[in-house]
Design a protein around this ligand. Structure first.
Ligand code: ADP
Ligand code: 5GP
Length: 209
């Protein structure tokens, strides 16, 4: 059986969390667990961490190139986070959505607000750490940041957490498997919403078959 798209355009799942809460871990596992779901690869001026692959985790570019992309309007959203620039390419995002895939956007709260203005009808999910002390532990365990960078991320975490109300769902990432089940439930439920059902798709794939 050939695989059919389940709709003409995919849905955006916007996922934010304070750094270290486990967002990357959850998003990567969910993209493997669920069909028809891809994670968007962002552009960044941050240096690659050990084990990160250019083109897979991020597209690592210079600040000069990033600024040119901003000037050309190539980002659907971009922001400065922890001293580095991060952005989502409009062209890459449109390509995934237009091919019928749902997309996970792992972006910060500033980016989420911009997407809300331009795309509006996405699904907004916020991931919380079980506590600030566990957030600190996780940042330390990741060992990929300097002490100074970790302190900066912890300080910003409080401001970010207070933004949770602009999101539709909040998941406290205590036990990873439980968080994955919650995330999966959100995606599956959102896909069944009648408002997200594509009339043209139903006409072509159900009524005319
Ligand atoms: P983020 O993308 O939010 O910055 P990561 O996914 O890189 O965070 O996770 C930060 C650290 O916490 C990693 O070492 C990861 O393995 C660990 N981690 C993620 N989720 C959990 C969890 N539910 N319980 C314990 N450790 C976790
Ligand atoms: P990290 O450096 O830990 O990979 O990411 C730091 C923060 O930048 C995270 O909150 C992450 O969600 C955010 N981020 C990653 N890519 C993008 C992006 O394209 N746009 C925005 N606005 N934030 C991003």
């Amino acid at each position: 059986m050939t695989k059919r798209k389940h709709r003409e355009r995919g849905t955006l799942f916007i996922v934010s969390a304070p750094s270290g809460a486990g967002k990357t871990t959850i998003c990567k596992k969910i993209a493997v667990l669920l069909d028809n779901l891809k994670t968007s690869v962002s552009f960044t001026t941050r240096k690659a961490r050990q084990g990160e692959v250019d083109g897979e985790d991020y597209i690592f570019i210079t600040e000069k190139r990033f600024r040119i992309m901003i000037a050309k309007g190539e980002f659907v959203e971009w922001a400065e986070v922890h001293g580095n620039l991060y952005g989502t390419s409009r062209k890459r995002l449109e390509k995934i959505i237009a091919s019928g895939y749902d997309v996970i956007l792992d972006i910060d709260t500033q980016g989420a607000r911009q997407i809300k203005e331009t795309y509006g009808n996405g699904v907004y999910i916020f991931i919380l750490p079980p506590s600030m002390s566990e957030l600190r532990n996780r940042l330390e365990r990741r060992m990929s940041n300097t002490r100074e960078d970790r302190e900066r991320r912890l300080k910003r975490a409080v401001e970010e957490i207070r933004e949770y109300k602009i999101y539709d769902y909040v998941i406290v990432n205590d036990l990873l498997n439980s968080s994955l089940r919650k995330f999966e439930s959100i995606v599956l439920a959102e896909r069944q919403r009648s408002a997200r059902r594509d009339a043209a798709w139903i006409e072509k794939n159900i009524i005319r078959r």
